[in-house]
Ligand binder design. Structure first.
Ligand SMILES: Cc1cc2nc3c(=O)[nH]c(=O)nc-3n(C[C@H](O)[C@H](O)[C@H](O)COP(=O)(O)OP(=O)(O)OC[C@H]3O[C@@H](n4cnc5c(N)ncnc54)[C@H](O)[C@@H]3O)c2cc1C
Length: 443
């Protein structure tokens, strides 16, 4: 039987990302919008900046538009976990696509992590990147056994993927929590400081000659014979290619795209500064942790090892942005780490991720318009990787091919722009999670 603790809200609790304390705001002189671009990019998060960097390095004149300050979307709000997995398990992929395609699909996120690491090293980005590994604790023995079966199938097909199972008895080396029943460790993944990473990408894109226009929404796209005309907050610009990199903030610029992209709120809270020895004991080695609940907990130490940051999909609590949401996340921290009873929450924030209906990332490019989005909750590495691939596609470079290229991008007849079904779906997932927790206690 597990007990849980109650964390308190600090009197000076702020509703902004803890990461922003270290963020450089790019207060450079506003550049002028040119009349023409080879490649115009909508969205200045990781996807857009990565695509911009690749296209500019390939010789294209590139303009990036962001409706807000670039990075104000998910790219400076996330947990900074650099994952090397797709959401569907390997056995599921194999069943749907056959073994060779399943291997190719699973190789994409692993390639994404390698690419991010190379980029950080090449550009000299100081963003606390490390391959400290990720631990996936199971919330009950049934989840543990499913992880074990899935890992065995994947290892049989792909060889050593840097993963091992960890028993409940060994678990304290990975997370000191009574809530979990062992789990799976992935040793080749890691974490970074998301805002510092975005700053580094922004500097690199600008140094490569990219024009970045902040607080300039793209309001409309009109296809002419030889170019696309973009209607923007600053007037019109013509571009040979347009790349849509708007992920969870996708609006009605292309209604046909919008009805395939489901925005979902993810929210994080940070504790006050703790004794670093306590943080190291609770989460040894500074690892990233993602548990097996449907409405999962993802958590980690801050890069300075002084705080614990925990995120989740808050479901209906997403609508109660403010103290109730902070307390909800604080209660989750208390369930995992009862000894943090009385610890204060000092920061809470949220943002939008995007899912496709089949849970796969999506990338595509027709003659003039392309998109890369729908990374689910695992977009830090994948957005940079697919942004890079999209940049290559915009240059007409065949190395821009990916294993996702020929996948369907399904919509649903009942969904246009408002994901009304998320409330009931989250309530269902929440009830499943409560059952999963009860089963653990009964076992
Ligand atoms: C709270 C939270 C925690 C997360 N944690 C993790 C994690 O730990 N690990 C992980 O791998 N992933 C995580 N993610 C997901 C990850 O952050 C995203 O997948 C990734 O940042 C997506 O980058 P992006 O550039 O595609 O989108 P975004 O960074 O969201 O950028 C999209 C941009 O498009 C702009 N835009 C939209 N419409 C227009 C328009 N018409 N004109 C101009 N601009 C427009 C928006 O202003 C926005 O800046 C998390 C996300 C959130 C919100």
């Amino acid at each position: 039987m597990t007990t849980s603790a109650r964390l308190k809200l600090a009197d000076d609790l702020v509703f902004r990302p803890w990461w922003w304390d270290a963020r450089q705001r790019h207060a450079l002189p506003e550049p002028e919008m040119p009349a023409h671009a080879d490649v115009a990019i909508v969205g200045g998060g990781y996807t857009g900046l990565s695509a911009a960097l690749t296209a500019a390095r390939g010789g294209a004149r590139v303009v990036v538009f962001d409706a807000e300050d670039p990075g104000d979307g998910a790219s400076t709000r996330n947990g900074g976990m650099v994952g090397d997995r797709l959401k569907p398990s390997f056995p599921k992929l194999e069943k749907s696509f056959g073994i060779e395609r399943a291997k190719a699909l699973m190789a994409e996120p692993a390639n994404a992590v390698d690419y991010v690491e190379r980029l950080i090293l090449d550009l000299g980005i100081d963003c606390d990147f490390g391959r400290m590994g990720r631990y996936y604790p199971a919330v009950n023995p049934a989840h543990f056994r499913a992880m074990e079966t899935s890992l065995a199938a994947e290892q049989a097909a792909r060889g050593d993927i840097g993963a091992t199972m960890v028993s409940a008895e060994e678990q304290a080396q990975f997370v000191a929590s009574p809530l979990y029943a062992g789990g799976r460790v992935q040793s080749r993944t890691g974490g970074l400081h998301p805002a510092k990473f975005h700053d580094g990408l922004m500097d690199a894109a600008r140094n490569a000659g990219v024009t970045v226009l902040a607080r300039t929404a793209v309001l409309g796209l009109e296809e002419e014979d030889d170019f696309i005309r973009l209607d923007t907050g600053l007037g019109y610009i013509n571009a040979d290619r347009v790349l849509i990199c708007t992920n969870g903030y996708t609006g009605n610029l292309q209604p046909d795209l919008q009805r395939r992209v489901i925005p979902v709120t993810s929210a994080i809270a940070a504790t006050e500064e703790l004794d670093p020895a306590l943080v190291e004991r609770l989460i040894p080695g500074g690892r990233m942790i993602t548990d097996s609940f449907n409405l999962l907990n993802y958590f980690r130490p801050s890069p300075d090892g002084r705080r614990i940051l925990l995120g989740t999909r808050p479901g209906l609590f997403a609508a109660k942005q403010g103290p109730r949401l902070a307390q909800y996340i604080g209660n989750r921290i208390g369930q995992i780490f009862p000894e943090l009873d009385g610890t204060q929450i000092t920061h809470c924030w949220w943002g939008k991720v995007a899912f496709s209906f089949d849970h796969f990332p999506k990338i595509g490019m027709n003659e003039r318009i392309g998109h890369a989005l729908c990374y689910g909750g695992s977009g830090v590495a994948m957005s940079v990787w697919l942004g890079h691939k999209l940049g290559q596609k915009a240059l007409g470079d065949l190395s821009g091919r990916t294993a996702f290229d020929d996948m369907a991008f399904p919509g649903r007849f009942y969904y246009r722009a408002r994901p009304w079904f998320l409330g009931p779906a989250m309530a269902w997932y929440g009830s499943q999670d409560r059952m999963a927790g009860r089963y653990r206690r009964a076992a």
